[in-house]
Write a protein that binds this ligand. Structure first.
Ligand SMILES: [Zn+2]
Length: 92
């Protein structure tokens, strides 16, 4: 059984299974991003950083959606955040 969702743009903060996560990592064309709740960072699919546990991963349709949830862009892959959208003022 496979839940639908990873390709849809309507998903926000969806939890995924380990199998779905592996699928996501291998899908360079995946348009969304994933947030790692244990570290508070958001990554693009295919990020070279160490892979987190799938249970710590939430997927978002856009980097902006993840940032709105409090995630920070990954230093390795940029979290899918474009230069144009980075106007955050380190409010930590
Ligand atoms: Zn990353």
């Amino acid at each position: 059984m496979k839940r639908a969702g990873l390709t849809g743009a309507e998903i926000t903060g969806a939890e995924i299974t380990a199998a779905e996560y592996q699928d996501l990592l291998q899908r360079a064309a995946f348009a969304g991003v994933y947030g790692v709740v244990s570290t508070g960072i958001v990554c693009r699919a295919g990020c070279p950083a160490r892979a987190p546990f799938a249970r710590n991963v939430l997927v978002y349709p856009t980097a902006a959606a993840a940032l709105a949830e409090g995630f920070r862009p990954c230093k390795r892959c940029g979290g899918g955040v474009t230069a144009a959208s980075s106007g955050n003022s380190r409010s930590v």
